[in-house]
Design a protein around this ligand. Structure first.
Ligand SMILES: *Cc1c(COP(=O)(O)O)cnc(C)c1O
Length: 480
């Protein structure tokens, strides 16, 4: 046995590279990252995937080691190029963030030290750091400092965590579900519907509350829908408003919705996955007035705090209700309860072992200070307003509502012919060009273009480039 151990230990020790081996891989990886960032301004924001691309480029996984250069070459070829370059200033499509570099270093440190951030007993420091960030976010949105919260993988899981908490806080049992109702607008993010299904609430009554011309929920329509349901003997349970919808960037009337929720004793949830961090800048804070009156709130650091993907957050004003839904005791974890402790992430979320997400958030916030975050957010608001004005100066374009945040919806209306078909061709041309990436949606039955300024690298030059491309391509198509 000792012989065998000796032999396999030698192989198993390859998992701990020597200092000189570490130096070699570090240098290769850092050089790769440096090249990626240096070339970023000239790199396309979108590259159509090649139909002939080998889908098994990442295989095979074999017994023998492969050189780091070989692996990085594979990434450069198959990962960096095809699809949306989400780090690019020209990503003006979905709600991206860009991924600030210092967050990657936070992740690196979290991974090297590999502290266990799930429970206080294992790493008081990691849990304290994450709880401090929750407290900071709570303060930012006007929640009390002792609100509950968790750093999660994204807005979808954060919405799910809030909905499960709201379900249990209302004591909804299976028999209550078919007669209970939730209120939202047609612009609510689909992760809410998904969360309801995952939370066992598929049979709940979903009332789509009418919107005004600017895609904001109408408070009177909400009040009327709740009243009608009460009259019918149903159980109005939850209302969810968007602090910035993904589609149009518009903000539901948060204060008015909150007042109705309070009068009607409904759980008030705000989906601020995209918009809540705009509270860091003055105009954003004003636009988001009323956010503080909700019971739960979702915000995505991987969107408007510009962190890499995999960073969402949920806040719940009454942290006890989060614990009621998520705290669990297991025999093998009895040691973890022995110490006086802070609330652990495992007590307030579905996760146990988890990524120490706090470090990728804390390091950039401290290292850069808040000022550049505030400036970048206010800049995005101004860029949307700038685009909104400028696009109307190009012949043929019409716009949706004046932007509440940093999304603008617009489309080209050709002198003759089908507008939907024209805009579809226009976006195809823009994708083929690839210098910028925009996305589309359907509003009031019309195929519509979206401009979302969210990436921290996006400045006025990129918006001017988009305007130039739109002018050039629309003129070309109109003259065909
Ligand atoms: C992006 C988004 C979500 C979903 O968040 P993920 O982080 O992608 O899971 C939910 N709601 C809104 C308003 C969003 O913009």
């Amino acid at each position: 046995m000792l012989d065998k151990l000796d032999k396999i230990e030698k192989i198993s020790r390859r998992l701990e590279p020597s200092s000189s081996m570490r130096h070699t891989i570090n240098t290769a990886v850092l050089t790769y990252a440096k090249t990626f960032l240096t070339r970023l301004p000239e790199t396309k924001a979108y590259t159509l995937p090649e139909a002939s691309a080998n889908p098994d480029w990442a295989a095979p996984i074999g017994d023998e080691p492969v050189q780091i250069e070989t692996l990085l070459n594979l990434l450069a070829q198959h990962l960096d190029r095809p699809g949306i370059n989400t780090a690019s200033a020209g990503h003006l499509g979905y709600i991206p963030g860009g991924g600030i570099y210092s967050a990657a270093l936070g992740d690196y440190l979290a991974a090297v030290t590999n502290r266990y951030a799930g429970v206080y007993f294992a790493s008081p420091g990691a849990v304290q750091l994450e709880n401090m960030l929750i407290k900071w976010m709570a303060e930012l949105v006007g929640y009390p400092k002792n609100a509950g919260g968790a750093l999660l993988s994204g807005g979808s899981i954060a919405n799910l965590t809030a909905i499960v908490t709201a379900r249990d806080a209302a004591g909804l049992k299976s028999a209550d579900i078919p007669r209970s109702a939730i209120y939202l607008s047609a612009q609510a993010h689909h992760s809410i519907g998904k969360a309801l299904r995952i939370a066992g609430l598929a049979e709940i009554i979903v009332r789509e509350v009418e919107m005004d011309d600017s895609y904001r929920m109408k408070p009177d329509a909400l009040a009327a829908a709740i009243a009608a349901d009460r009259k019918a003997g149903l159980n109005p349970w939850l209302v969810t408003a968007a602090a910035g919808t993904t589609d149009t960037g518009m903000i539901d009337p948060l204060a008015d919705v909150g007042e109705i929720a309070e009068n009607e004793q409904l759980w008030y949830h705000i989906d601020g996955a995209y918009g809540a961090f705009f509270a860091l800048c003055n105009p954003g804070r004003k636009a988001l007035r009323g956010m503080e009156n909700s019971h739960s709130l979702v915000m995505d650091p991987h969107k408007t705090l510009f962190l890499p993907y995999g960073s969402g957050a949920v806040l719940v004003k009454d942290r006890q209700s989060m614990m009621t839904s998520h705290h669990y005791f297991a025999n093998y974890m009895q040691d973890t309860e022995a110490l006086p402790s802070d609330i652990s992430p495992a007590d307030v979320s579905p996760e146990l072992s988890k990524h120490f997400r706090g470090l990728r958030m804390w390091l950039p916030l401290k290292l850069h200070g808040l000022a550049p975050f505030r400036a970048a957010l206010e800049e995005k608001l101004l860029l949307a307003q700038y685009f909104y004005e400028k696009i109307q100066e190009i012949d043929g374009f019409e716009v949706g509502p004046y932007p509440d945040l940093s999304v603008v919806v617009y489309r080209y209306v050709p002198a003759h012919g089908d507008a939907d078909a024209f805009n579809r061709r226009l976006v195809e041309e823009i994708h083929k060009d690839g210098r910028v990436f925009i996305s589309t949606t359907v509003l009031n039955g019309h195929f519509t273009l979206r401009m979302a300024a969210v990436v921290f690298r996006t400045h006025i030059d990129t918006i001017d480039l988009l305007l130039e491309i739109l002018r050039e391509k629309s003129r070309m198509l109109a003259n065909q």
